[in-house]
Design a protein around this ligand. Structure first.
Ligand code: PLP
Length: 390
């Protein structure tokens, strides 16, 4: 008989399992409630009502107004829309953008594309735990700066950045401020008013919603150009028949996630991983030890390739990642690890374990049993590993 392989999912920052509350909420909309929200008859009005209720729930979760919530096709789309539109609408004021060196490719590559079209960009460096300097930010601001975009929390090393302070600086200088909050929303408290943001990106699949769903928060009064032209959905800014099921799933999952934010148990499991894995010689924690996401434990192990670790963990039924999932098809070490000052050869040995409330202490114990064995085995096979140095 085939024994079912035990799966320990420790890659929640890449994507998460759809939550039970999201699954329950979407069931009617996968069968009988299939009306187009723009139609007039009552079948369709049920879906319209469901989309508007979802908008209210999302708004409540982040301290926004319902009319400030725009549903999108994911974090990448929200980032692209925010960054491109913000600079386009301010092109007559200037062509300078400020961002950080550790942004997700959804922001970095959008900005590189703008750079190729003539915009000037300042990439703020970060210190060894992934924090930017507010003084450097102030110095980087010019009269022609039209956008600051800095992520709320980093997806690879879990560092949480000082968004509220950055927002205050941007507001005082009258510069639009966007934050990619994809890894933060649903994991730490996020309130758009307290963060002083104009634009904020969310992705549904990072907190129990469905892949290909997202939100862009657009502060009331800001007249962003439309992302899509068409039938006029999403208050004429993102035309296209709404992804009703995805929107309902996102709102139900978010409501659920914010009701039990950063549970002590997730932090406890993360800290146990960190404490125990740092006992392995020549192993370092990456990211800010204090201001870090509750679920992310990220490391570099000298003398090892991260990909080999991920494959061997997979053989034990453990899902983890090396670098971010989105860039794991590249052989270059992660730009984030290089930005925090790690040499290439060490950055190659990265591993990220990302937890949520579905993980258990038993799973953590199992990871702690297997991972040190895997590290020792890989090091013993590596020509780069010099045992005498440890
Ligand atoms: N921004 C950050 C910080 C992310 O971690 C991700 C996905 O990993 C994205 C943006 C892209 O989101 P999506 O997968 O919804 O396009």
């Amino acid at each position: 008989m085939n024994k079912m392989k035990r799966i320990i999912y420790a890659d929640n920052a890449a994507t998460s399992k759809i939550s039970k509350s999201a699954l329950d909420a979407i069931m009617p909309y996968l069968s009988n409630e299939y009306g187009n929200p723009s139609s007039l008859y009552s079948l369709a009005q049920n879906t319209r009502q469901a989309v508007e209720n979802a908008r209210i729930k999302v708004a409540q979760a982040i301290g926004a107004l319902p009319e400030e919530i725009y549903f999108t096709g994911g974090g990448t789309e929200s980032d692209n829309w925010a960054v491109k539109s913000a600079v386009e609408m301010n092109a007559d004021k200037g062509r300078h953008i400020i961002t950080s060196a550790i942004e997700h490719p959804a922001v970095l590559n959008t900005i590189k594309n703008l750079e190729e079209k003539g915009w000037e960009v300042t990439y703020l460096g970060v210190n060894d735990v992934g924090q930017i300097s507010l003084e450097e930010l102030q110095l980087a601001i010019r009269d022609d700066t039209v956008l600051i975009t800095i992520m709320t929390a980093n997806n690879e090393i879990g560092t949480i950045l000082p968004i509220s302070e950055i927002g205050e600086i941007a507001r005082k200088r009258n510069i639009l401020f966007h934050t990619d909050a994809v890894q933060a929303v649903g994991h730490i408290p996020v309130n758009v008013k307290e963060l002083n943001v104009d634009l904020l990106s969310i992705s549904g699949h990072k907190f129990g919603g469905m892949k290909g769903t997202g939100v862009l928060y657009i502060k009331k009064g800001l007249r962003l150009p439309p992302l899509h032209h068409g039938g006029g959905q999403e208050r004429k800014l993102r035309s296209g028949t709404e992804n009703v099921v995805g929107i309902i799933a996102l709102s139900a999952a978010l409501e659920d996630a914010v009701s039990c934010l950063s549970t002590d148990i997730v932090v406890k499991m993360r800290d146990r991983l960190i404490e125990e894995l740092l006992k392995i010689p020549r192993t370092c924690l990456t990211g800010d030890p204090v201001n870090r996401l509750p679920g992310i434990a990220s490391f570099v192990f000298e003398g090892i390739e991260g990909e080999s670790m991920v494959l061997m963990l997979d053989q034990c039924g453990i899902c983890a990642s090396s670098g971010s999932a989105c860039s794991s098809d590249s052989l270059e070490p992660s730009h984030v690890l290089l930005a925090i000052g790690l040499p290439h050869e060490i950055a190659h040995g990265s591993l990220r374990l990302s937890l949520n409330k579905d993980n258990t202490i038993e799973e953590i114990d199992y990871i702690l049993e297997k991972l040190p064995e895997i590290v020792a085995k890989l090091r013993s096979m590596s020509p780069l590993w010099d045992e005498s140095k440890s």
